[in-house]
Design a protein. Structure first.
Length: 440
């Protein structure tokens, strides 16, 4: 096997000093699979102080010295180097209460979560794989190292990690591992919201997230109880062929894989549908008002999961608008003014993904959304419907006309609305002339 992982000089230096050293975990897994390698983790028989001594000529950071990890900066790259170890009990379901350093690579691999992540490789490409990780990669299987219940009891976040790897790689989760994930999902309440949030984000961006979100919906419901009413909620609509949750899941995978914000927004976009359900005299289901309610619920969930305020605001704005139908150029201009051209384009991608989770004929609308994006870009290029800050006049111009206090803001908002609606060009002389008439 050809070694193509960075950090060979790190392994060489440790071996030269008389220690064992291996690449380990995700970088080895991705190398075997021919995937792009992002992070390089190294494990060694050297104790932390011995590792520090080996790299005395480099910048060494005691990243997690208690757990045997130091970070070496080499050629502007950071390499985490961790001593072989055996973990003690996990009383907080997060980190081991104690670790015992070891001289055995097999013992170190035995403490890891999944077989595909419990593979090590030395600088010459020799593989250490005591738990069959390579076979599981070949067979496209997610399997715990050892007893799944023990692994998930030690660190419940591993439940989400297993689901996330299945969503990213398209692997099936073997039955014992899957059963333990379902039965121990309540332990996710012990995990910090930030850690749960980060794994959930990676899961929804997985290429194969649909099957995982459907099979492990009870785990999603554990994290987001507000989602449970969506399970098996039939829509009774000619536009829909899935229940509410089934629709949500398909829209997540229909959104661009590399757009985390949009995929996350799709996960929450119809969470408010069940309480808004009505049936008309023809038996057709309707969910009037579900978009703003979904945005409210999404805001509560995202705050609980500690997303930043900008992400929450933009996500909830998109959700609140996703059921709107752009009925006129004035409506289009107002949306572009409110959102900006880039976020308007994001809203159109949102609506397209929403359509792709419905009956096939609904997606016939999607080319129209692409045309609206082109129109919005043309308007933005002409600065024809700017946000208020992009208006060709400002408060000082209004003060110069003799306006004071609230009248300044009122005048600017009036001018902004006229420009947005296409009734006035965004030109300073024209706007000042119109403002003079407002003053008179």
């Amino acid at each position: 096997m050809t070694v193509s992982i960075k950090g060979g000089e790190i392994l060489a230096a440790l071996e030269k000093a008389g220690f064992e050293a291996y690449y380990v975990g995700g970088c080895v897994r991705d190398l075997i699979m021919g995937r792009e390698i992002h992070d390089t983790d190294i494990t060694t028989s050297a104790l932390p102080e011995e590792t520090t001594a080996v790299f005395s000529g480099y910048k060494v950071i005691p990243t997690g010295i208690k757990h045997g990890t130091v970070t070496v900066i080499c050629d502007s790259e950071s390499y985490e180097i961790t001593t072989f170890r055996h973990d003690g009990s996990y009383s907080d379901s997060r980190r081991p209460d104690s670790v015992t350093f070891s001289r055995s690579i097999e013992e170190d691999l035995a403490r890891r979560d999944l077989s595909i992540n419990a593979i090590a490789m030395d600088i010459r490409g020799n593989i250490v794989d005591p738990f069959g990780g390579r076979d599981d990669i070949a067979n496209r299987v997610i399997r715990c190292v050892g007893d799944p219940e023990k692994r998930f009891t030690e660190d419940a976040l591993r439940i989400l990690r297993a689901a996330r790897f299945a969503a990213q790689l398209g692997f099936r989760i073997e039955p014992e591992t899957a059963a333990a994930m379902h039965s121990l999902r309540g332990r996710l309440d012990l995990i910090s919201r930030e850690r749960v949030r980060d794994e959930l984000d990676k899961l929804v961006c997985g290429r194969y997230c649909t099957d995982v979100l459907l099979e492990f919906r009870d785990i999603i419901g554990e994290i987001i109880p507000e989602m449970i009413p969506c399970f098996d909620f039939e829509q009774h609509s000619k536009y829909h062929k899935y229940d509410v949750y089934g629709h949500i899941v398909r829209t997540v995978s229909a959104a661009p894989e590399d757009n985390l914000l949009l995929r996350r927004a799709m996960l929450f976009h119809d969470i408010g549908k069940p309480p808004m359900f009505t049936v008309d005299e023809k038996g057709e289901g309707h969910f009037k008002g579900h978009a703003p309610l979904s945005a409210e619920i999404a805001r509560d969930v995202m705050k609980r999961l500690h997303y930043d305020s900008h992400t929450i605001d933009l996500t909830c704005t998109l959700i609140s608008l996703h059921s709107d139908r752009i009925s006129s150029e004035r409506h289009l201009r107002r949306l572009v003014s409110r959102l900006g051209a880039d976020n308007f384009a994001l809203l159109m991608e949102f609506m397209k993904a929403d359509n792709l989770g419905k009956n096939e004929f609904v997606a016939e609308e999607n080319p129209g959304y692409d045309a609206l994006v082109v129109k919005a870009q043309e308007l933005a290029a002409k600065n024809a419907c700017p946000q208020l800050s992009g208006l060709a006049v400002n408060g000082n111009d209004m003060l110069a006309l003799g306006l004071e206090g609230r009248a300044v803001g009122d005048a600017l908002r009036t001018l902004h609305q006229l420009v947005t609606d296409g009734d006035l060009p965004n030109e300073k002389d024209v706007l000042i002339d119109h403002a003079r008439r407002l003053v008179r």
